[in-house]
Structures are given as structure tokens and as C-alpha cells.
Design a protein. Sequence first.
Length: 219
Amino acid sequence: MASHNIDYAYKSYVLKEHAELVKREKRASLYNYAIYNLNANGVVSFALKTKKRYYTSYNDLQGYCKDNGLYKELLECEKINHAEYERTKRLKKRIRAMLTSGTCLFLTLTFTNDTLANTTPKQRRVAVVRYLKQFKCQYIANIDFGKDKTKTMREHYHAVIQSENIDFASWRKYGNINCQRIRSRNIEVDKTKLAKYVAKLSNHAIKETTKRGSLIYSR
């Protein structure tokens, strides 16, 4: 579906009010694929080894949703999970290219209380983009919301950046940076872990803002 036809308000509603159904739809899809893989290739996947009550067939889930007036929500869950799957594929490809062609760093960019109080979310996003652009290299970043000591959802950003070093000083006016080197010798593990994490962050952005949650990419 073209992006301009997506109802982001409804998508946000489903993510917020029917989060468990989103998970159940994903598990039902995995279960159906597991059955296909068993019949076609003789492979017994994890979805067939675990408890049946956790992974149910898609037909059973459809029946449940129809009986409980949730069929429209189920269709939206399908779209959400398919979009996440496609996004993860693209991210894996991009991150693999970054990891195989140079050193990468995983950054967590946080904001001071003063920055959060005196800037808008858009201004903070622009600040993140400007900060990453100065290194003139490949990067992927997105917003996240984590609990601080007061149990509030504190805004911060994560980024994967293809660089040997970064400038810590130029971010200090906004907050702090945590920097970890990604080990290129373990490309497959790092690639999969990072891709899934960044894809998850994209859905966080949709949930929190009820708007389109797009990742920040280098051009």
C-alpha cells in the first residue's frame, strides 16, 4: 500500500490498544509458515516445538477476531507486522553493508533536562541529524523512549554510524553520548541484533507520536 494511503491515527490506535493482538498475529503467521516448512522441507521449527497455546493457527485467530468484532483490527495487525518484516529486511541489508565495509559504532544520544524542557521533539530530531551529518559517513538512527529513575518515558536516540571515532564535545550542549564499537568479526550476530532493534524503535515512534515513525538515514 502506498504510504499516503496509510491511516497513521488508526495504526497508532491498534498499536496502543491492541498490542497483544499484534503479537498474536505475528505468532499465527509464524505458525502457519512453520507448518508449510514442515510439509515442504521436513523442518520442525521453534513454533512447532513450543506450547500450542502460544502459537495458534491463522484460521483459529481469524475465527476468534470475527467472533469478537476484531477483524478490522486483525487486518491492520497484518499490515503492521508485514511492514516491520520488510523494514527489518532492508535494515539488515543496509547494516550488513556498513559492517562489512568499515568500523561501526552504536551510539545512544541522550538529552539534559534543560534540553528536553526548552526544545520541541522536531528540534531535537534536527539536532540529531546535524550531529550525525558532520561525520560525512553512513548512519541509521531513530528515537526511543526509556524509563528513567522517575519512571517517565525519557526521549533519547540510538544510532549505528560507520566511523572510527566521533566528536563527543559537539553534543554536550544537548546531553550525553554512550558509544560502543560493533565487532566486525561477528557480523551476522551484530547485523541481526541491530536490525531487529532499530526496526522496533520505528514502531516506538509511531506509538508515541501517532504519526509516521521514520528512521533517520544518511543520504
